[in-house]
Design a binder for this molecule. Structure first.
Ligand code: IPE
Ligand code: IPE
Ligand code: MG
Length: 245
């Protein structure tokens, strides 16, 4: 496909509603969502996407019941040690964005394990945002910069909008296409700095129902966008009628 995004971000939302609408517990929705992530990571790699960043758990998600938080953490451990590990062996390098505190020790161990096992893979990067908040990331980056300036490691003139990326949790290219499933049209503290010129794609489908053909539709939408970055450019002939699905 022409015009493939280098970096795709997904706000994987709607697991709870997917389950409630089927008379199931919210945890069932998270379980289905994890299966979809496994499929999409593989698919993105096959398509030639270089970086896939997914929002798995926000710093604010700790506001949920202890039962739900525990379930999610156990599910993540299971996926890192089993399912995703198998997918990742096939060329995907797994990395994480977020604060380590206050994640449980067993969660940190599972994270470190999959990072280590996949560190030499080079087909696609799967960046998992876990205990992630974008405002926290920007604050943390600013503190690191202040520290490096104080220590004489860098000069203040070295900091600009490009070099700032190096101080974020991961030094990745900016997000080209940002997908949010599950009806809401908001960013919920996801990748605010990296999404500065991202094309935004909101879809009503809940994440457990967001499969490969839906991902293809998002890529098709992206291919039709007329990215200008503040400049002037002739209209993209493939431009689709803009709509929020
Ligand atoms: C997204 O689904 C997964 C996480 C935030 C962990 P939700 O759990 O937010 O599902 P809804 O939005 O309540 O349906
Ligand atoms: C964003 O979804 C976080 C993740 C998908 C992990 P939320 O469900 O937490 O966001 P809000 O509360 O609807 O904004
Ligand atoms: Mg939600």
């Amino acid at each position: 496909m022409d015009n493939l995004p280098v970096h795709v971000g997904i706000i994987m939302d709607g697991n709870g509603r997917w389950a409630s609408e089927r008379g199931k517990k919210r945890s069932e929705g998270h379980k289905e969502g994890a299966k979809v992530l496994e499929k999409l990571a593989k698919y993105a790699k096959e398509k030639g996407i270089k970086v896939l960043t997914v929002y798995a758990f926000s710093t604010d998600n700790f506001k949920r019941s202890q039962e739900e938080v525990d379930y999610l953490m156990d599910l993540l451990i299971y996926y890192f040690n089993n399912k995703l590990d198998k997918v990742a062996k096939d060329g995907i390098k797994v990395i994480f964005s977020g604060r380590r505190e206050p994640l449980r020790e067993d969660v940190l161990e599972a994270m470190d394990g999959i990072v280590k096992r996949t560190k030499d893979n080079n087909k696609c990067i799967l960046n998992i945002c876990l205990n992630y908040g974008s405002q926290e990331e920007i604050v943390d980056a600013s503190l690191k910069i202040a520290n490096d300036i104080n220590m004489g490691i860098i000069n203040r003139e070295d900091i600009n909008r490009e070099t700032f990326f190096k101080y974020l949790y991961q030094d990745l290219p900016p997000i080209d296409l940002l997908i949010r499933t599950g009806k809401e049209h908001r960013l919920s503290n996801f990748m605010l700095y990296q999404s500065y010129y991202a094309e935004l794609y909101f879809v009503d489908t809940y994440f457990p129902d967001f499969l490969e053909p839906d991902f293809d539709k998002a890529l098709e939408y992206y291919a039709s966008c007329n990215r200008k970055f503040g400049g002037v450019k002739e209209d993209n002939p493939n431009r689709l009628k803009k709509k929020n699905n």
